[in-house]
Design a protein around this ligand. Structure first.
Ligand code: T4K
Length: 390
């Protein structure tokens, strides 16, 4: 690999997914309250407040917060009574598929749209099986899917519609915030998300019965002090996580506007480079701009993986989300029912995309350094691929 001029190397490690810390003092204030009250968990006042704030912010009737989005997806599937098979895009974080599989549901992997990276609504019909009970659609990168068409498809075939909106807190669709679409939506507040509660998740819905069932499922089935009314597990969010979630939510605009600015700098510095496209966010819609997704096409003289190696050598920890695709990951890869499954768009995206660092830890000089490395890789000639592909 060619050496990079020292001046373009970032001075520190640059991560995708560095937590956004906003409102440190607000957070510490809440922690003081927790310690004074000795109320640490089991639906304390901060969890209650966090749920109300989320529901208010998203304009949805019910919000049930959980210890993470993975359990939230799993419990949503149970509360919705899903059976048989569920259609899931193969291009997503593996938790989307694992949660359905873990509930004894057969995952039918759908291919995605090459432009939006979302489940391909036009080819959903071919995914249907006689026992299909639902579609799990993923609002990937914080961009909304074609929600109206998905709702129409599910209504036509009598299917439930669950949205994995783990990456999409605060995003709008046709001007309305996500949270109240389909039967339910699930958000993640993992440390790496735009809005975080260390670990955490939420299920939002306008269905009161579903919300009531979910409240049982996240708390061992308890409906009252010594009354167990259902099966249940422990998916409760502790108070300290709600404290972080509340502080983070109060600082949402700081994070969103910072990310928008960083995204704009990437767009400006990468403009016109052949073979490179930034995944856009919808014009006129709100979004956290929390994923800077770069598509590398054949016009770039180096491959995606060669570019990744150059970035890593410069301490830029870009990520290949979601290589190699759920259907090419275990346990699915080794299961006879997935043998021969071919999802060309997913497989192509898995070879072409790189997520670049953003968030409050990243500033203009960092983006400039990253873009300088990418720009150098885009030059033909001595910087073209070497024998080892790097
Ligand atoms: N559905 C979708 C579509 C999702 O994207 C996710 C989660 C879920 C469902 C499930 O949500 P949760 O159950 O997690 O609430 C990360 C996150 O762990 C995961 O939440 C997220 N998606 C996924 C896209 O990214 P990894 O395996 O890439 O994380 P990791 O540990 O490699 O962290 C990424 C980078 O962030 C590292 O380079 C270092 C940095 N980092 C990370 C943490 C946790 C920090 O600097 N500080 C930190 O505290 O999965």
């Amino acid at each position: 690999m060619n050496d990079h001029p020292a001046e373009i190397l970032p001075a520190r490690v640059l991560h995708v997914g560095r937590p956004n810390l906003v409102g440190r003092d607000r957070f510490l204030g809440y922690v003081g309250q927790i310690l004074d009250d000795l109320r640490f968990t089991n639906r304390g006042p901060l969890v209650d407040l966090f749920e109300r704030r989320i529901a208010e912010h998203l304009g949805v009737a019910h919000c049930v917060v959980t210890s993470n989005a993975t359990l939230a997806l799993s419990l949503a599937a149970q509360a919705m009574g899903l059976t048989g098979s569920v259609i899931v895009p193969a291009f997503t974080f593996v938790a989307s598929a694992h949660t359905m599989h873990g509930n004894g549901l057969r995952v039918i992997f759908a291919d995605v749209d090459p432009d939006t990276h979302h489940i391909d609504v036009d080819r959903l019909e071919a995914c249907l099986a006689p026992d299909t009970s639902a579609v799990l659609a993923v609002n990937l990168w914080g961009n909304p899917c074609r929600i109206r068409e998905l709702e129409a498809f599910c209504a036509k075939h009598g299917l439930k519609l669950l949205f994995d909106s783990a990456q999409a807190f605060g995003s709008t669709y046709e001007g309305r915030r996500l949270g109240g679409f389909g039967d339910a939506e699930v958000f993640s507040f993992h440390a790496t998300k735009a809005i975080n509660s260390f670990e955490g998740g939420a299920i939002t819905t306008n269905d009161a019965e579903l919300a009531a069932r979910l409240r049982l499922l996240i708390n061992f089935g308890f409906s009252d002090e010594d009354c167990v009314d259902d099966w249940g597990t422990n998916a409760k969010m502790p108070e300290v996580c709600a404290a972080m979630g509340l502080s983070s939510l109060e600082g949402l605009e700081t994070v969103f506007s910072h990310n928008r600015r960083i995204f704009g700098i990437y767009a400006e510095l990468l403009e016109g480079l052949p073979g490179l496209t930034l995944q856009p966010y919808g014009a006129g819609e709100e979004a956290a701009h929390h994923y800077v997704v770069l598509r590398i096409d054949d016009a770039l003289p180096v491959s995606r993986d060669a570019l990744l190696a150059r970035l890593r050598a410069a301490r830029v920890m870009a990520r290949r989300y979601f290589h190699p695709g759920c259907h090419r990951s275990e346990p699915y890869r080794s299961m006879p029912i997935y043998e021969g499954v071919s999802l060309p768009v997913t497989e192509d995206l898995c070879q072409r995309l790189l997520c670049l660092p953003t968030g409050l830890a990243i500033e203009r000089p960092d983006v400039a350094a990253i873009c300088a490395i990418i720009t150098a890789a885009a030059q033909p000639g001595p910087d073209a691929p070497s024998a080892n592909g790097v």
